[in-house]
Design a protein around this ligand. Structure first.
Ligand SMILES: Nc1ncnc2c1ncn2[C@@H]1O[C@H](COP(=O)(O)OP(=O)(O)OP(=O)(O)O)[C@@H](O)[C@H]1O
Length: 768
């Protein structure tokens, strides 16, 4: 039995991963896959390069495939509406069409409660009144004594979000004395609260909604042209925050001027259910062609594209389902044509439009939702990859809004949410998890120190003396590297802070050239702070004969297609060096990459963890070198300039003085990084990089080889020199061979013991 099979992974997926050389799950895969397959919400914090992509792609792909394979009869076996109707006489709050934070009372489904004090949670009734039914209809909401929060009550169509009052056909009256529809709020009626009875009245002959408080008419709140709803039904809806309400759908407490009848008196032909309207039967095969079951959110285009490639590899042997092609995967990122199924109507073999898995960046998803190109109402699985980066990008409000658009419970499943990153240990991530997940299980294979021990860290201090010596050594001023031009009027020979900063900046590229030579770097990523820094470094390396034509640039200023192409050319070995900003810091997987060099440290320790995580992946060893100025460097930080951030900016004043520069104290950043990644992975600090290089430090002299599997000659904290490493690997292999029969025997014994236990527990005879 394959180790992946033990985790419950299906044979077709195992076949793909085995072809990729994955014989055993990594620790994070071993923990996360069964939890996800078991239907739980999971937060996974594990070191860079530990196989997190597989940990969420394998089980989610399998869940999607299994959903597609459910026979149609089974999908429709017991419509939830029927179950709900049996319990509540036809009109109750829906168990399915509600936010996860709202509870529908099990014994009295006309009562619902939202306990959260900071978040709204809504629910719609199981039925609505069709626009064409005509007549005057009403339901009452009693605000219960429990809870001291807020309520909004009213009507909405089944395709509106549960955030009552925010969509066009969603009509709300709130406890603060406001009415809202389409997101615009106006003063209306008066405030209401505990003990009040609010009647939500619908006049389908006039196209009007009005509200009554304790029997008193508050006047027409909304009106529309008959036919505007296109025959759709309006459903009783509530939105609560720390409040409890009970609805009267059948017997009204008050009588109302205008002869309004309780909604439960409507005949079947006058009402509709979301399923009849095609609004909620979205996870079955009636799902619209642009409505995926799995939605993966990625912080960058590069990552989204990489995950798409991986997902397609895992899916390649999946058998065709009744619904047509095995699983239809698409990537939605900015700047390139994507979403072909959704846009052009790609069809599966059943002749139906299909999209099962959508991998998106936030920007493109926002646009696709606005234009209706993607429909998220069928999503039953949401994966937030690099969740902390999504938060740092400011996407948390978008995620909360997204969650409102996705039904929390499907016909037979609830929405499952997983969060992944190497750096999940922040209050903001916990907050996100609390809001979007339910009872999430944390898989934390490495705690705070999420840097693999296959990475060696060298901090090479660039002191003012080093910088001076390096520049003097370079000779002619014209051969000095350019800089980001922050120090335009500075005398390089001076000793003030600006002069020291400028010299450190000019010295770093020269030192990099020496490091490339000393380490005989054949493949490396050089991280820079800004797009301009990348351009300047690229220009410098192009001037040197030894590195001319060897590097390529990747940053957010390039067109999407160029970014994709440049990354692909580097991965394929066409270029030896990738000069990039943090756009490539996360997730990018270059198998066996030996070196990462930080030309400037990132502002945050988390940024360092992700950057150096490009090496030391999948048990390969790697070296992370950081050129760190011992004096503060003045750098661009464009906040004051308007329009295109930083372009042609000449405002060299400090941000504190209304300008666009700041002093970066790399020494302080090193201290923070050492604190975060210390422990398991020591950072070796070299006090003076010049002496280090001059004294002939030579990687090959130490016989350390980076970029190879640990134990096969690699360095890394747990590594060794080439010959010792190879010997160690051989000895491990030998030991494993020796132990194999014993392990197989133990496995058989355990299986027999379990079978015996199961047989014993069920009263059947125990197996031999
Ligand atoms: N079970 C496995 N066996 C062998 N190799 C694996 C296995 N799982 C993943 N890998 C390989 O390990 C490398 C790193 O995996 P992956 O990109 O998923 O890491 P990650 O944890 O997502 O890293 P990051 O935090 O940088 O995004 C990839 O090259 C992948 O193919």
């Amino acid at each position: 039995m394959s180790a992946f099979e033990e985790l419950g992974v299906m044979p077709e997926v195992i076949r793909s991963v085995e072809e990729m050389g994955w014989l055993c799950p990594t620790p994070v895969q071993a923990e996360a896959i069964p939890l996800i397959l078991g239907g739980g919400d999971v937060c996974v914090a594990a070191e860079t390069g530990s196989g997190k992509t597989g940990a969420f792609c394998l089980p989610t792909l399998q869940i999607v495939h299994e959903s597609l394979s459910v026979p149609s009869g089974e999908v429709d076996a017991e419509p939830l509406e029927e179950v709900e109707e049996k319990a509540g006489g036809g009109w109750v709050w829906s168990e399915r069409d509600r936010d996860a934070l709202l509870e529908v009372d099990a014994a009295d489904a006309a009562r619902c409660t939202a306990r959260h004090t900071h978040q709204w949670a809504g629910a719609r009734a199981t039925r609505g009144i069709r626009e064409g039914a005509g007549g005057r209809w009403c339901f009452e909401v009693v605000v219960m004594e429990e809870g001291d929060g807020l309520c909004r009550v009213g009507w909405s169509t089944a395709d509106s979000t549960l955030a009552l009052g925010t969509d066009a056909h969603s009509y709300a009256y709130g406890g603060t004395g406001k009415k809202s529809s389409g997101g615009s709020f106006e003063t209306y009626g008066e405030s209401f609260g505990r003990g009040d009875v609010i009647a939500c009245a619908l006049d389908l002959d006039a196209g009007e909604v009005r509200f009554f408080k304790n029997g008193i008419d508050l006047g027409v709140a909304y009106s529309w042209h008959l036919g505007d709803l296109q025959g759709r039904a309006l459903y009783p809806t509530v939105l609560l925050k720390s409040a409890q309400v009970r609805a009267h759908f059948q017997m009204l407490q008050h009588s109302y001027v205008g002869d309004y009848r309780a909604v439960a008196a409507a005949t079947a032909s006058q009402t509709a259910t979301p399923a009849q309207e095609g609004a909620l039967d979205l996870q079955g095969r009636d799902r619209p062609g642009n409505a995926p079951l799995l939605l993966v959110l990625e912080p960058t285009r590069e990552l989204a594209l990489q995950v798409e490639v991986e997902m397609r590899k895992f899916a390649r042997y999946l058998p065709e389902t009744d619904a047509g092609a095995a699983v239809h995967i698409e990537c939605f990122v900015g700047g390139m044509p994507s979403g072909t199924a959704a846009a052009s109507g790609t069809v599966g073999s059943t002749g139906r439009q299909r999209l099962d898995i959508a991998i998106c960046t936030v920007g493109r998803l926002t646009e696709c939702l606005r234009t209706g190109r993607l429909d998220v109402r069928s999503v039953r699985f949401l994966a937030l990859d690099e969740a902390d980066a999504l938060i740092a990008q400011g996407s948390a409000p978008f995620i909360y809004d997204l969650l409102r658009r996705i039904p929390q419970t499907g016909r037979r499943h609830r929405l499952q949410v997983v969060l992944f990153s190497a750096t999940l240990h922040s209050g903001k991530v916990r907050q996100l998890s609390d809001r979007v997940q339910q009872h999430a299980t944390w898989v934390d294979t490495k705690g705070m120190n999420s840097v693999p021990d296959t990475v060696d860290h060298l901090v090479l201090w660039v002191t003012p003396d080093t910088a001076r010596a390096v520049l003097e050594g370079a000779g002619d001023v014209h051969r000095w590297p350019d800089t980001d031009d922050v120090h335009s009027q500075v005398d390089t020979r001076g000793d003030d802070a600006d002069a020291l900063s400028l010299r450190a900046k000019r010295a770093k590229p020269l030192l990099l050239a020496q490091l490339i030579e000393r380490y005989r770097m054949e493949q490396a990523i050089f991280f820079c702070r800004t797009q301009l820094d990348c351009t300047v470094l690229h220009r410098f390396l192009e001037r040197l004969t030894s590195t001319r034509g060897a590097s390529i640039v990747l940053h957010g200023g390039l067109a999407a297609a160029e970014r994709r192409q440049n990354l692909a050319r580097f991965k394929e070995g066409e270029y030896r060096f990738l000069i990039c900003t943090d756009v490539a810091a996360r997730g990018i997987d270059v198998v066996g990459l030996p070196y990462v060099v930080n030309m400037t440290l990132p502002d945050e320790p988390d940024g360092y963890v992700h950057r150096v995580g490009r090496v030391g992946r999948a048990d390969h060893t790697g070296l992370a070198l950081s050129l760190v100025s011992s004096v503060p460097e003045r750098v661009w930080f464009h906040t004051a300039c308007r329009g295109r951030r930083g372009a042609k900016c000449q405002n060299r004043a400090l941000t504190t003085e209304g300008g666009c520069t700041l002093w970066l104290d790399e020494a302080e950043v090193v201290r923070q990084i050492a604190e975060q990644v210390g422990g398991g992975s020591d950072i070796t600090e070299v006090p003076d990089v010049m002496t280090f290089l001059r004294d002939g430090h030579d990687a090959t002299a130490q016989k350390v080889v980076y970029g190879v599997k640990r134990g096969e000659g690699g360095g890394g904290s747990g590594g060794a020199n080439t010959s010792a490493g190879a010997a160690e690997a051989a000895s491990v292999r030998e030991q494993m061979e020796r132990l194999r029969p014993t392990l197989e025997w133990l496995q058989t014994m355990e299986r027999q013991a379990q079978l015996w236990f199961l047989g014993h527990a069920s009263g059947k005879p125990s197996p031999e």
